[in-house]
Design a protein around this ligand. Structure first.
Ligand code: CA
Length: 246
């Protein structure tokens, strides 16, 4: 099936150029020139788009506000955010707003397409596991897509975390990071290995983005996030996930 992408960008030449190139790659593409239009398109018909390329710099609402509003509205379409180079704080703000990945402008088309493929692959995997789940018994479902620890359950199929009586919706990136930490439970993982294995980044990216994610995950799973029992900081190295409280 043809993947459908929404480009949210007010610079017409850039948006049109992207559309042309993505159509050549076999995508169905629509352009929104501002955040308000994008929001009404995305919340009006939530399954219309498979991914969003969202520029930060927009007239009216900026890209951070659009992403945050989408997540608030329960819209979890994968978002690739276009940020300004030399503004690492934009990356943090983008992830905080609920973006799944980012790319600094100006970017190379091949890199944008690779990142988009990455997001869509994760989404497809998610949809497939949802389909498989409906054919499985309850036991298999648990074995396939959920992880329970210390009274909390992460459902990787539904991208939901049940913790302290709350149900929290996870972004793809949050779910991927949790999955990676769980896979390496009891072991220390470095920020660099998280960058490479979760983000797929080999370049020298600001590792504060990871710390920011860890802070968010702690708010989800820790009784006292300032005194973590599951998601421990290993000074000078990285992090360690411990399923049972220490
Ligand atoms: Ca723009």
């Amino acid at each position: 099936m043809m993947n459908s992408v929404l480009i949210v960008e007010d610079e017409k030449h850039l948006a049109e150029g992207l559309r042309f190139n993505l159509e050549v790659e076999g995508y169905q593409v629509r352009i929104a020139g501002d955040g308000e239009t994008a929001l009404s398109l995305l919340t009006g018909n939530p399954d219309q788009f498979d991914a969003v390329i969202l520029d930060v710099m927009l007239p009216g609402m900026n890209g951070f506000e659009v992403a945050a509003d989408l997540r608030l509205a329960g819209q979890y379409v994968p978002i690739l955010m276009l940020t300004a180079r030399n503004r690492p704080e934009d990356v943090l703000k983008g992830f905080e707003a609920g973006a799944d990945d980012y790319l600094p402008k100006p970017f190379e088309l091949a890199i944008l397409i690779a990142r988009l493929h990455g997001l869509l692959r994760r989404r497809e995997w998610l949809n497939r596991s949802r389909g498989a789940q409906s054919n499985n018994t309850e036991n298999n479902k648990d074995a396939a897509g959920a992880f329970t620890f210390s009274g909390k359950t992460i459902d990787f199929n539904q991208l939901e975390l049940k913790s302290f009586g709350r149900t929290i919706k996870l972004t793809l990136m949050e779910a991927d990071l949790l999955k990676y930490l769980i896979k390496n439970k009891g072991q220390t993982v470095s920020r660099k290995s998280i960058l490479e294995n979760v983000w797929g980044l080999h370049e020298d990216t600001d590792t504060r983005a990871i710390d920011n994610f860890i802070v968010r995950l702690r708010r989800y799973i820790e009784e006292d996030p300032s005194n973590p029992r599951h998601l421990l900081t290993i000074r000078g190295i990285g992090y360690r996930f411990v399923p049972e409280e220490v």
